[in-house]
Design a protein around this ligand. Structure first.
Ligand SMILES: [Zn+2]
Length: 108
């Protein structure tokens, strides 16, 4: 059973062919829409690529059960959801942590 605990292991996984093709399947299944925005009644789709410019990436394919803890589910389509950058950060706790520390500052 492969492990995805370290940055290197994850990087290798996210570059692998099986992941790249499963990722495409997840995006197609979700119609290239953020599933959390969709639940809120909003439509967030990927940005359009401008020729000659680097594409701005908006959508992430997220593992509902993180691969660190559930390596078995790394390549299971049902464990994937398409999220915009904002919702992906919320899920990973990045936005929340930032808010929380601000709140702590004010509290103390
Ligand atoms: Zn979203």
């Amino acid at each position: 059973m492969p492990e995805y605990k370290t940055y290197e292991q994850k990087k290798r996984f996210y570059r692998s062919k099986p992941w790249q093709s499963l990722r495409e399947q997840a995006l197609e299944r979700d119609h290239y829409e953020c599933q959390h925005c969709k639940a809120e009644g909003k439509v967030t789709v990927d940005s359009i690529k401008t020729p000659g410019e680097r594409k701005e990436i908006v959508l992430n394919v997220d593992h509902i059960y993180p691969i660190e803890d559930y390596p078995k589910l790394a390549l299971v389509l049902d464990n994937l959801q398409t999220l915009c950058v904002f919702h992906h950060n919320v899920k990973e706790g990045r936005v929340f942590e930032k808010k929380k520390s601000k709140w702590d500052d004010e509290w103390w």
